[in-house]
Design a protein around this ligand. Structure first.
Ligand code: UDP
Ligand code: MG
Length: 318
C-alpha cells in the first residue's frame, strides 16, 4: 500500500483564501503523487468560522474525496484546531499548514524527501525575515523568543512556523501531551526527535486578513511562558530575598545613626516610597502566582479542548 500524507489546515473565516489554497495544494499533491506514489488527505478544521468557510469546504468535499472537514461548535483557537487535526489525521506523515498560503506548499516535496531519504523525524520551517510585518510586532516577537529561551529548558525557535511535516511516531508523541493550555511551538520542541529546519522568506497572506491582533499575540506569549517555564514563580523568592537584605541594611544604618548622632529618624516621603515599592512587588508576584493558579485550575477541570459539530469523515472521530 502506498503511503498517506495528511495535511491539516486550521481555518477561521478563510472564505477568501480557501479556493486559492485548494488549487495550490492540489497541484502540489498531484505532482508528488506522480513522482513518489504517495497519496494525500486534506483535513480542514473549520474553527467556528462565521463566514462561508464551511460551505466552501462542503462543496470541495463533494468533488474531491481527499477533502475532509471537521467543523467546531464555536471558535476554539488555532491550537485547538491543530490538536483536533493531529488527532484525526490518519496519514503515515502529517503536515500542518495555514490556509492563507503563507506556508508554501512547494516545500512539501523537500520535507518528504528529507524524512524518507535522510532519516529525519520532522522537517520544520522557519522564516528568516519578518518582511511585511509591523516593526513593533517584530520587536516584541524577538523579545519574547529571547526571554522564553532564557527561562525555559525547551528550545523554542525564533521565527518557527507551525508548518512542518512529521512522522506518525512524532504525531503520536505530541498527542500523548493532552494538556489543555496548548503552546505548540513548545510542545514540538519538548517531544524531541530529529528535526531539520528549512528556511524561507516571509510571504504575505494571499487574501483575507490576519486573525491575530497584537493583544491576542501578547496573551498567547504569556500562555507560552506559563506552559513552558516556571521561572517567573521564582521571582517572588528572589525579590523577597533582595528586599529582606535591603531592609536589614537599612535597619542597621538607622540604629547606628540614632545611637551616634541622635538622628530623629525623619523621613515620611521615603517611607511612602518604600511602602509603595514593596507592595507593588508583592502584588506583581501575587499576579504571577495567580497566572499559574489559573492555568492549573483550567487543567484540573479536564474540559475538552474542542467540540466537533459536524464532519464528513467516515472514520471514527476522536
Ligand atoms: N486560525 C484558526 N483559529 C483562530 C485563528 C486562526 O484556525 O482562532 C487559523 C487561520 O485560519 C490560519 C492560521 O490559523 O489558517 C494562521 O492564522 P493567520 O494567518 O491569521 O495568522 P498570522 O499568519 O497572521 O500569524
Ligand atoms: Mg497567516
Amino acid at each position: 500500500m502506498n503511503e498517506l500524507i495528511s495535511i491539516i489546515i486550521p481555518c477561521y473565516n478563510e472564505e477568501a483564501v480557501i479556493p486559492l489554497f485548494y488549487e495550490e495544494i492540489k497541484r502540489q499533491s498531484d505532482f508528488m503523487q506522480n513522482k513518489f506514489g504517495v497519496s494525500f488527505e486534506y483535513l480542514f478544521i473549520d474553527d467556528g468560522s462565521r463566514d462561508n468557510t464551511l460551505s466552501i469546504l462542503k462543496s470541495l468535499a463533494e468533488t474531491d474525496r481527499r477533502v475532509k472537514y471537521i467543523s467546531f461548535s464555536r471558535n476554539f483557537g488555532k491550537e485547538a484546531a491543530m490538536y483536533a487535526g493531529l488527532k484525526n489525521a490518519s496519514g503515515d506523515y502529517t503536515a500542518i499548514m495555514d490556509a492563507d498560503l503563507q506556508d508554501p506548499p512547494k516545500l512539501l516535496e523537500d520535507m518528504y524527501k528529507s524524512i524518507v531519504d535522510e532519516g529525519f523525524d520532522c522537517v520544520a520551517t522557519r522564516r528568516v525575515s519578518r518582511k511585511g510585518e509591523p516593526p513593533v510586532r517584530s520587536f516584541f516577537a524577538r523579545l519574547f523568543y529571547k526571554l522564553i529561551n532564557k527561562i525555559s529548558k525547551t528550545d523554542i525557535v525564533d521565527g518557527a512556523r507551525d508548518y512542518r511535516l512529521m512522522t506518525r511516531q512524532m504525531v503520536d508523541s505530541i498527542l500523548s501531551m493532552g494538556e489543555y493550555n496548548r503552546f505548540s511551538k513548545g510542545i514540538f520542541g519538548w517531544v524531541g526527535f530529529r528535526t531539520k529546519w528549512l528556511e524561507f522568506e516571509n510571504t504575505e497572506r494571499a487574501a483575507g486578513e490576519t486573525k491575530w491582533s497584537f493583544w491576542k499575540l501578547f496573551l498567547y506569549s504569556l500562555d507560552g511562558i506559563a506552559a513552558f517555564s516556571t521561572a517567573p514563580l521564582a521571582i517572588a523568592s528572589v525579590a523577597g530575598f533582595i528586599f529582606c537584605a535591603a531592609a536589614f541594611t537599612m535597619i542597621l544604618v538607622i540604629i547606628f545613626k540614632t545611637l551616634i548622632w541622635g538622628d530623629p529618624v525623619a523621613g515620611y516621603p521615603s517611607l511612602v516610597c518604600i511602602i509603595f515599592l514593596v507592595s507593588g512587588v508583592q502584588m506583581f508576584c501575587m499576579g504571577i502566582l495567580g497566572q499559574y493558579l489559573s492555568k492549573t485550575y483550567l487543567e484540573t477541570k479536564k474540559r475538552p479542548i474542542f467540540i466537533i459539530k459536524e464532519t464528513n469523515s467516515t472514520e471514527d472521530i476522536k
